[in-house]
Design a protein around this ligand. Structure first.
Ligand code: RFL
Ligand code: PHB
Length: 400
């Protein structure tokens, strides 16, 4: 592991220097690190958990074209391009009736790629270690300081030693529960949050998926989603109640409940098997404003959360990463310090137009609106186009 400029301060705190300190080694932090590295910008990643813990979290599976391009630009797309599945369509089931949205036709050519967050995180970890960039896993007490100054620093502890990481910029990529957002004085930010009762119980199994494409199901017993990682690995979700726990859901109970929510032809095709992973994802919408405090930037889940319904979380994180890596590229190569102040404005306007659109954030949770809106959208060509365009995502902003 390369430790840039490691020195020891008088108080025995080890001092490290880099250009960009990245807190969090989820997809946001690792992809940012890779894109900065490609532009010759030195960065250090600090992660609280162990690598295998990060890889054990089963989350997103659907990548929009913008995210896919970013993986290619970062030089980490080889496995995604061979093992990921391109999906040109997705199904929505209302009142037991299956309706396929031809994403490609409705958007004029775009589809999505099904490739697990776990897999792309693995690819990013590998690229990072291959290129010899510095990462510290299992750190504790990471804290950003002096964020309004030209020389912020992050203190942290690792293996009983205290470190100080001096840098030009801090990227807070440490998710919803991370320290970055909490380090901004409360009077300088506003947070907007809505917590929906209940959550999504997800189950991963090595069984062929019930359908070759994703199926979103509206059902009186609750929402269900048939997703997949490949044609031999399925990922299913069912909406569960507020007080439900994973322990209350044996594999058998899960399969039975899923079967009840599927239309008959799909239920007949359901192949069950032992769960490889089962977890409940909470349902919340959250955004912090601004997403920046001096030289500290918030990216991904540290700045905003949407319920998994629209498959937007990881993709939005990707567009934060694109914005910040583009800005920092221009800052270091062309001295465009003026762009630093643009991060927040660019991100917030993109977020508002892309994610706060009523589909797909609202429907599953606001039944009344769901009924009228979804029917309206599905029954007109214009509505179907809107759903398809939102699903495959908006293009990234040009930063000039
Ligand atoms: P992450 O992935 O939460 O990573 C944050 C990292 O920071 C570390 N950390 C710290 N490190 C150092 N010091 C501290 N004090 C720290 N505190 C935290 C954590 O250990 C962690 O490693 O955030 P990131 O990188 O912004 O990535 C965001 C995505 O993970 C998230 O948006 C998506 O998974 C959301 N999501 C989906 N998004 C999609 O675009 N498409 C999907 O299909 C999709 N499906 C999903 C999802 C999220 C789900 N859950 C579980 C919420 C399905 C589910 C079930
Ligand atoms: C997933 O495969 O995990 C997944 C797919 C689509 C979503 C949410 C999650 O909307």
């Amino acid at each position: 592991m390369r430790i840039p400029g490691l020195t020891r301060r008088a108080n025995n705190m080890k001092e490290i220097k880099t250009q960009v300190a990245i807190i969090g080694a989820g997809p946001s932090g690792l992809l940012l690190g890779q894109l900065l590295h490609k532009q010759g910008i030195d960065n250090v990643v600090l992660e609280r958990a162990r690598p295998d813990y990060v890889l054990g979290r089963i989350r997103a599976g659907v990548l929009e074209p913008g995210f896919v391009s970013l993986m290619r630009e970062a030089g980490v797309a080889e496995r995604m391009d061979t093992e990921g599945e391109v999906h040109d369509g997705v199904e929505i089931v209302v009142n037991g009736v299956r309706d396929r949205l031809d994403l490609k036709a409705l958007t004029g050519g775009d589809g999505v790629v099904v490739y697990g967050q776990t897999e792309l995180t693995k690819d990013l970890m590998q690229a990072r270690s291959d290129s010899g960039q510095t990462s510290y896993y299992e750190v504790s007490n990471a804290r950003p300081h002096n964020m309004l100054s030209a020389q912020p620093y992050v203190t942290f502890e690792k293996d009983g030693e205290e470190y100080s990481l001096t840098c030009d910029y801090v990227a807070g990529c440490d998710g919803f529960h991370g320290v970055s957002r909490k380090s901004i004085p409360a009077e300088r930010i506003k947070t907007y949050e809505r917590f929906y009762p209940g959550g999504w119980l997800g189950l991963l199994a090595d069984t062929p998926p019930v359908n070759s494409e994703l199926v979103y199901i509206k059902h009186d017993r609750g929402f269900a989603l048939c997703s997949l990682r490949s044609q031999t690995r399925s990922r299913y979700y069912i909406q569960v109640g507020e007080n439900d726990t994973v322990d209350a859901w044996s594999d058998g109970r899960f399969w039975e409940e899923l079967g009840r929510r599927l239309p008959a032809d799909l239920a007949a095709n359901l192949k069950t098997g032992p769960a490889i992973e089962k977890s409940i994802a909470p349902m919340r919408s959250f955004v912090v404003e601004p997403m920046q405090y001096g030289n500290l930037f918030l990216l991904g889940d540290a700045a905003h959360i949407v319920p998994p319904t629209g498959a937007k979380g990881l993709n939005t994180a990707g567009s934060d990463v694109y914005t910040l890596s583009t800005i920092l590229g221009k800052v270091y190569a062309d001295g465009r310090i003026d762009l630093i102040e643009k991060y927040y404005a660019v991100r917030f306007s993109w977020w508002m137009s892309n994610v706060l659109h009523r589909f797909p954030d609202t429907p599953a949770f606001d039944q009344k609106m769901y009924d009228s809106d979804l029917q309206y959208y599905l029954q007109s060509e214009a509505g179907r186009k809107i759903i398809a365009q939102q699903y495959v995502g908006l293009p990234f902003e040009i930063i000039e």
